[in-house]
Design a protein. Sequence first.
Length: 120
Amino acid sequence: MELYCMTETERKFAEVIWENEPVGSGDLVKLCEAKFGWKKSTTYTFLKKLCGQGLFENRDSCVRSLIARADYDQSRGEQFVKETYGGSLPRMIAAFMRQKKLSRQQVDEIRRMIDEYEEQ
């Protein structure tokens, strides 16, 4: 199952929920008014759309995520690699390296991740 790809504005809205959940829907309206200058109807329009996509729920005026931020990011990253590089992480890294030289810190971090993976 492919996970819904949020727009930039939807992602910013989702961040407000993830940072404050569980959050009352009235409090969410106030947070969005302060952060984005949105009206109540705008907040509820975004909430309804993302609830319809299965990312959040608004039950008894309490908004919660149905998927954690880290899980969403991981799934979207996997989808990106699959769609763009045929599922090949080495192809993605090679493409990235053609455009930008990795720093020593980045190389060390990748090496550490590979070492930890091999130890499992």
